[in-house]
Write a protein that binds this ligand. Structure first.
Ligand code: CP
Ligand code: NVA
Length: 305
């Protein structure tokens, strides 16, 4: 059966736990320089309508390491930028490659592409969600602190694609998210596509959101596509900077995460992101390993090799 990964809840809890185990194995083989080429002769098309460092690198290197190849396409150099319907692009691109990753604006665009695709489609970030990043974040948490079930994640800042995806993940994997956003930037449960509010709680004061958290995380104040609001956001978010005081009210063993790129002095202080509780470099590296497990799963199903 054709499977896509367009939002976090497209995978069940069992499938996610399988993926995390698989990522552990794939990572360990990679660290031991053991070749592993289950996707020999397979091709990944990567379509970027927004900038990227980590997503491009991790998908391209990951596909290569699995024995396949990757092709980079962007809006500017393709007919997508000249108005070719996304449905037509889905039909054509999916006849020539085995799997597609897309980074774009509205979630609706990737859904329309997937509806016309013969091959699996992966969301490499939309305005609404960033599911590959949350796969890497949860995998990183498990590596450092064990199972995430029952734990508390504090989200400080914008209710953006990362926040929405954390909220979805909390429902699938049964943990809690404490959210604090400035007034006017609150979570929209419908946009986050949540079943209910059992797994998240909103806090006016970011210090209250961080209290007793197992993981404190944030993201840029201005996401790609919202650049026109940057000056206003710099003022509105000034009190939502993750700093040492916020980390001090979290659990003593709490970790700090940021999907990167980061702006030290805005959403996080240098002291926190470069400090002992920060796991941001492992988090970035783990994009590679979890996405290799994801591509393997979408193309080959569960394997025990
Ligand atoms: N975190 C992340 O997705 O980074 P890039 O924008 O560099 O791909
Ligand atoms: N929320 C950010 C994440 C970047 C990886 C954005 O959408 O720009």
């Amino acid at each position: 059966m054709l499977r896509h990964f367009l939002q976090f809840k497209d995978l069940s809890r069992d499938e996610l736990l399988y993926l995390f185990d698989r990522a552990t194995l794939i990572k360990s083989r990679f660290k031991q320089y053991q070749p592993y080429h289950p996707l020999a002769d397979r091709t990944l098309a990567m379509i970027f309508e927004k900038s990227s460092t980590r997503t491009r690198l991790s998908f391209e290197a990951g596909m290569h390491q699995l024995g396949g190849s990757a092709i980079y396409l962007n809006t500017r150099d393709t007919q997508l930028g000249r108005g070719e319907p996304v449905e037509d692009a889905g039909e054509v691109i999916s006849r020539m490659v085995d799997i597609v990753m897309i980074r774009t604006f509205e979630q609706e665009i990737i859904e329309r592409f997937a509806a016309h695709s013969r091959v699996p489609v992966i969301n490499g970030l939309t305005n609404e969600y960033h599911p590959c990043q949350i796969l890497a974040d949860i995998f990183t948490f498990i590596e450092h602190r064990g199972p995430i079930q029952g734990k508390t994640v504090a989200w400080v800042g914008d209710s953006n694609n990362m926040c929405n995806t954390w909220l979805q993940a909390a429902e699938v994997l049964d943990f809690n998210v404490h959210v604090s956003t400035p007034p006017g930037y609150e979570v929209e449960p419908e946009r986050a596509n949540l079943f209910g509010t059992d797994h998240f709680e909103s806090f006016v004061d970011p210090m209250d959101a961080c209290r007793d958290a197992d993981l404190v995380t944030t993201d840029v104040w201005t996401s790609m596509g919202w650049e026109a609001e940057n000056d206003e956001r710099l003022k509105d978010f000034a009190d939502w900077q993750v700093d040492a005081e916020m980390m001090a009210v979290a659990k003593p063993g709490a970790v700090f995460m940021h999907c990167l790129p980061a702006h030290r002095g805005e959403e996080v202080t240098a002291e926190v992101i470069d400090g002992a509780q920060s796991v941001v470099w492992d988090e970035a590296e783990n994009r590679l390993h979890v996405q290799k497990a994801l591509m393997e799963f979408l193309l080959l199903g569960k394997v025990d090799a």
